[in-house]
Design a binder for this molecule. Structure first.
Ligand SMILES: [Zn+2]
Length: 238
């Protein structure tokens, strides 16, 4: 039982598109995404006029958040798949080195990420690197999940399962069946950022929302989570 309505608000000379999602929930809240899109989650019982009134009253806040993400995106640590371009793994910067016939397919060698492809075969380079990220992500995330599970105090019997799959607009999510899905691209970021995402999702095993109780659990498991969250924003663009 959910429906989506597309609207827009004006702030100064700027027109900001708004997506309103009516669903079964109690509260009305606004979420500004790193890609600057604005999603409003509204209770299905609320009228569109009331929702828009609320959104307009928060126009300055929305504007400021979008502006912040715009600046963040400008300094994002995006991968550059050209020969000699910068690619990231665990927060370290490597130089992309295409080398046809490289026997390991993809591998790290003294500051370079060597890829078995011709320099002008951008599509193959991307594909090979994406596959390598996925393989590395599975191994790294599994180890960090165990570490973070202990920090949050989730018993081993809870059997939190891990899945690595590309996600559209987030780094991770947690299903009610205790399956934590993480985006393979998260492995580009430093371990602290990876731990932050995993810890966040593990806290959802206890609290299926972003309530005060959720954040107090997150803070007790990882007191400096905000720093890692801020750092992670730089890795947004894969
Ligand atoms: Zn969450």
């Amino acid at each position: 039982m959910s429906r989506t309505v597309a609207k827009a608000i004006k702030y100064g000379s700027e027109e900001i598109p708004i997506e309103i999602d009516f669903g079964r929930r109690k509260n009305l809240y606004i979420n500004v995404k790193p890609d600057q899109s604005v999603i409003v989650k509204a209770p299905v019982t609320e009228t569109l006029a009331n929702v828009m009134k609320f959104v307009r009253s928060r126009a300055a806040w929305i504007f400021e958040h979008r502006l912040r993400f715009k600046h963040t995106a400008a300094r994002a640590l995006a991968n550059d798949y050209a020969e000699g371009g910068a690619v990231y793994y665990l927060g370290e910067r490597y130089e992309l080195l295409p080398q046809p016939g490289y026997p390991y397919g993809v591998g790290l060698e003294s500051g370079s990420l060597v890829v078995d492809a011709a320099p002008d075969d951008a599509e193959l380079i991307r594909e090979l690197v994406a596959h390598w990220y996925k393989v590395r992500a599975r191994e790294v995330f599994a180890g960090r999940l165990e570490h973070c599970r202990v920090a949050v105090g989730i018993p081993a019997e809870a059997r939190a399962a891990l899945r690595v799959r590309k996600l559209k607009c987030s780094w991770g999510n947690c299903s009610s069946r205790a399956t934590i899905t993480l985006s393979p691209e998260l492995v580009r970021a430093p371990l602290g950022c990876i731990d932050y995402v995993i810890t966040h999702e593990l806290c959802h095993l206890r609290h299926h929302n972003h309530s005060r109780a959720f954040y107090s659990l997150l803070t007790s498991a990882m007191p400096d989570w905000r720093d890692h969250k801020d750092e992670l924003e730089r890795y947004q663009a894969g």
